[in-house]
Design a protein around this ligand. Structure first.
Ligand SMILES: [Zn+2]
Length: 191
């Protein structure tokens, strides 16, 4: 059950900007204010004027415009033009396509996840050997051909203890899988 207060969704629903990967993505494509702009949109889900957001965030309007244009390039933001009959001027109200944003981030996350899983497979396939300096890592067969002497520095090559590396890899995979799950859930609800 969702409850609304002051037009703000107070329900348990996960907001897109709460997903770490979304925050990182927005920073990458639209700079440090990208995330804040999308948050403004999430709070009201109403078209906004760049000047209002600039005032709200306490930054120059040109900075907000730049961020909005960068988001527009990726199809994440779009505007609706309206003519003021009295002045003849146009007002631009900006909107955020959160579905498009979620899809873009999800795409990137799935790709990254695939790569990490490939890495994990490779690691599990063979035991690696290297010298103390760590010039290069070799699977057993290759290290044996070198008679366990590093071809670069001549030092003895020993079995690489990759427990820490594997753990780090495992954590990265878990984190990505969590994000992917959240994003898919958000997208399902957006259908
Ligand atoms: Zn070496």
């Amino acid at each position: 059950v969702q409850t609304k207060r002051n037009g703000v969704d107070m329900g348990k629903k996960t907001q897109l900007t709460e997903v770490k990967a979304v925050a990182e993505y927005l920073k990458k494509v639209a700079g440090e204010h990208g995330l804040e702009i999308v948050r403004v949109w999430e709070r009201s889900k109403k078209g906004f004027i760049d000047e209002d957001v600039a005032a709200l965030l306490g930054v120059k309007v040109t900075i907000i415009r730049t961020a909005l244009n960068r988001l527009h390039y990726w199809g994440i933001s779009y505007y609706k033009k309206r003519k003021n009959r009295r002045t003849g001027w146009y007002t631009y109200k900006w909107h955020i396509d959160t579905k498009r944003l979620a899809e873009l981030v999800l795409e990137g996350e799935m790709e990254a996840l695939e790569k990490l899983k490939e890495k994990r497979l490779l690691k599990h396939d063979s035991t690696m050997f290297t010298c103390k300096k760590g010039c290069e890592e070799y699977p057993f067969e290759v290290a044996a051909e070198y008679q366990f002497r590093c071809p670069f520095c001549g030092d003895v090559m020993e079995f690489v203890d990759d427990t820490a590396y594997s753990k780090r890899l495992e954590n990265q995979i878990k984190e990505l899988e969590r994000d992917v799950k959240k994003l898919k859930k958000i997208l399902e609800k957006a259908q």
